[in-house]
Write a protein that binds this ligand. Structure first.
Ligand code: PHE
Length: 443
């Protein structure tokens, strides 16, 4: 390994960074609203299957390739299979990072706006907040700048230490809020919607939404976990770490649902309200509890931090590419990519009412309305799934599942028969299932 590349200071360093990337708005903002739009419990059931059968094997594939090559996604593929078209998979990951970050920063900006409004005790009306162009662009820019400053200053010291304290706090706060939500009048109906599956509701839309959400939430399909895996030491147990990250991530998403749906039904709101869902429901929960403003401000602060550890990882992939492959300085890469990402994100920022064109634009194939929703489907869902498909073929067949397994077994000697099962999943099940699901999109 070259000297300028860092390594995680400890095994926990990796787990916190990778869990920090995975846990974010995907769990608390995206998971509940996508579940709400896709029938609740039937979606949750499908989601869990996608995480276990598809997400986890792809996670291990990314970690193996990253650790074996110690490179960014483009460089990693180039190392294993020089001069081939497979490099394009890495490039797709770099582009996807920019595209997801462009609208992710918009939503992350909302959490900052809500944090301030709770702190000063002036509740925001969601509809008018997101229709205010100045506020939208201000908060989006603010969040991008924070991300840029952290990524250019080096991730290890500050953010690692912060995340170690704040992530557990988020967990505790979630527990407290869940209790409040579950004890609201009429909460039970929400619990039923969330946990009692009506299997007849599982259709193609539910399946593709669940698969996309699994990749989004676990930060898979664009090389994030490959990049983070590249900082692992050879004697680290990548398998156990991958499992732990997936488990934490799924637990937090599950808890977010337990928080949102009981309250939502107690208030008689529509579960299919879309991207604004949690921002409309959460303030009502805070209103219904003592010290609500304080809890609200604290919750949105922790959510903003969770989002920050994810935006950092989104920016890190394109930055690592420009630093490693194009020999840019880190500072130049961070500011150039960050500024471009901000500009790409402006239409998303204006697409919830601030600008008529971006708010009403439609995308034929997928029945999505509004620029942000369309971006989220194309990049946050389709492109990650496509990336995961290509990566599983690359690792399973081009690099070779045996070589990948040998890499994983370094530091994980007990990955014996499970490892054989993993080979089968990554070579056959993952590619076939993802391919069939994506194919259906076009017919
Ligand atoms: N997993 C992050 C979340 O749930 C989002 C993300 C996706 C981060 C892809 C990196 C790569 O919020």
């Amino acid at each position: 390994m070259s000297a300028h590349r860092g390594q995680w200071s400890s095994k926990l360093g990796f787990i916190f960074a990778a869990a920090g990337s995975a846990i974010g708005l995907g769990n608390i903002w995206r998971f509940p609203y996508i579940a709400g739009e896709n029938g609740g419990a039937a979606f949750v059931f499908t989601y869990l299957i996608c995480v276990i059968a598809i997400g986890l094997p792809v996670m291990l594939a990314e970690l193996a390739l990253g650790r074996a090559t110690q490179r960014n996604p483009v460089g990693a593929i180039e190392t294993v299979h020089p001069g081939s078209l497979w490099k394009a998979v890495g490039i797709l990951g770099v582009l996807t990072g920019v595209a997801i970050l462009s609208y992710y920063a918009v939503i992350a900006g909302w959490t900052v706006g809500y944090m301030i409004s709770s702190a000063i005790g002036r509740p925001l009306d969601f509809g008018s907040f997101v229709a205010d162009p100045m506020a939208m662009i201000f908060y989006q820019a603010l969040f991008m700048i924070i991300t840029i400053v952290v990524v250019s200053g080096g991730v290890e010291g500050g953010i690692e230490r912060w995340a170690k304290i704040l992530m557990p706090m988020l967990l505790v706060l979630l527990l407290i809020l869940i209790i409040r939500s579950l004890t609201l009048d009429g909460a039970f109906k929400g619990l039923e919607f969330y946990l009692k599956p009506d299997f007849s509701k599982i259709n193609y839309n539910v399946i593709i939404a669940a698969l996309g959400q699994a990749f989004f939430s676990l930060s898979l399909g664009m090389g994030t976990m490959m990049t983070y895996g590249s900082y692992l030491k050879k004697d680290d147990n990548a398998v156990a770490s991958g499992f732990q990250v997936a488990l934490f991530d799924t637990m937090i998403a599950f808890m977010a649902g337990l928080l949102i749906f009981p309250a939502l039904f107690a208030m008689g709101k529509d579960p299919a309200a879309g991207p604004g869902l949690v921002f409309q429901v959460l303030p009502e929960i805070f209103k219904a509890m003592p010290l609500g403003n304080l809890f609200g401000a604290l919750f949105f602060l922790l959510l903003a931090v969770a989002a920050l550890t994810s935006t950092i990882s989104l920016l890190e992939v394109p930055v690592a590419y420009f630093v490693d492959e194009k020999r840019w300085t880190r500072k130049k890469a961070v500011w150039t990519v960050g500024t471009a990402t901000f500009l790409v994100g402006i239409p998303s920022a204006l697409s919830l009412g601030a600008n008529r064109f971006f708010s009403s634009i439609q995308f034929p194939l997928i029945h999505k309305t509004g620029f942000l929703d369309i971006m989220d489907f194309i990049w946050g869902n389709f492109s990650l799934a496509l990336g995961a498909l290509l990566l599983s073929i690359f690792v399973g067949w081009v690099w070779g599942a045996d070589r990948a397994l040998a890499e994983l077994r370094q530091g994980a000697v007990d990955f014996s028969w499970q490892g054989e099962g993993w080979k089968y999943l990554i070579k056959i099940i993952c590619p076939v299932v993802i391919f069939v699901i994506l194919l259906n999109l076009f017919i």
